[in-house]
Design a protein around this ligand. Sequence first.
Ligand code: CAA
Ligand code: NAD
Length: 283
Amino acid sequence: MSINTVMVIGAGQMGSGIAQVCAQAGFTVYLNDLKQEFLDRGLSVIKKNLTRQVDKGRMQAEEMENVLANLTPSTSLEDAKQVDLVIEAAVENMEVKTKIFNQLDEITPAHTILASNTSSLPITEIAAATKRPEKVIGMHFMNPVPVMKLVEIIRGLATTDEVYQAIEDMTKQLNKVPVEVEDFPGFVSNRILMPMINEAVYTLYEGVATKEAIDDVMKLGMNHPMGPLTLADFIGLDTCLYIMEILHEGFGDDKYRPCPLLRKYVKAGWLGKKTGKGFYEYA
Ligand code: CAA
Ligand code: NAD
């Protein structure tokens, strides 16, 4: 199962980072999104990241050009006809994801592996939208992708050992560390992280402390690189809410109930750093 050509679906925060690390590792990459303007935004983030590496003397200008040459923007899923692996990083919504996987199943060659960067949705359910559940797998990168070492790898019920091995090998080629986890809501990362973030929002909602104080307690007291409210803004409040809803629905326990303040912010369109406003404001 050799992987040379990859399509990344979604040129948002995660998709652009995944496309960047794949292109840097020498893979031929199609970066797909719904509109050219979304692709332009994703590609400009990649260029900014690579330019910073060149400015710091960690990458030659020629190498940057080679990395950019590995990237082809795409607004048509039909481009997936030529790929060995698809990594889907569109929004955290089961309907959107199953529709994409259903289409990919029709378009891609029989050998193509279909991976999802979902933060919390069941891989087995996504796989059931295809006629190749044995080739569907979770490949969960962390934000910011170029910096964070972890990739959680999640087998669906039907995923074969061969497919798992191919994805583990590819993860190592990306200079990341694969960790295998079972297919349960939120996997390991978000089952532990997201209730902490939700609790921080409740702490703010109940007036226990200001947002700055809550973040300072966790940064200075627990040595976290970012306070939980800053991290929520960084991840995207819509994504945080989707994940809490999946945990709440998946486990049925009220301890996972999303904080009403989180819902309110998402309804207001205050999605965090990506929209310029969340708990904090961004220039
Ligand atoms: N993209 C690319 N590179 C970035 C970046 C970004 N968005 N942000 C920072 N960097 C790079 C910087 O260029 C810098 O690189 P060099 O050391 O090579 O110069 C390095 O990261 C450190 O950056 P800074 O000095 O500017 O800032 P920092 O030391 O505060 O680190 C951080 C920034 C790495 C983001 C750090 O604050 C951090 O680790 N935060 C927590 C991140 C985290 O918890 N991520 C997981 C989120 S949960 C998730 O992803 C799963 C999910 O499903 C929701
Ligand atoms: P984002 O909002 O930054 O980007 C999503 C992108 O997907 C947008 O550009 C959007 O136009 C595009 N998109 C939506 N529907 C599409 C479709 N049908 N076809 C092609 N493109 C489509 O979101 P993000 O933060 O990059 O999250 C993407 C995925 O990664 C989600 O499943 C999320 O749960 C997961 N994830 C997010 C984080 C994080 O910290 N933000 C971390 C790990 C995993």
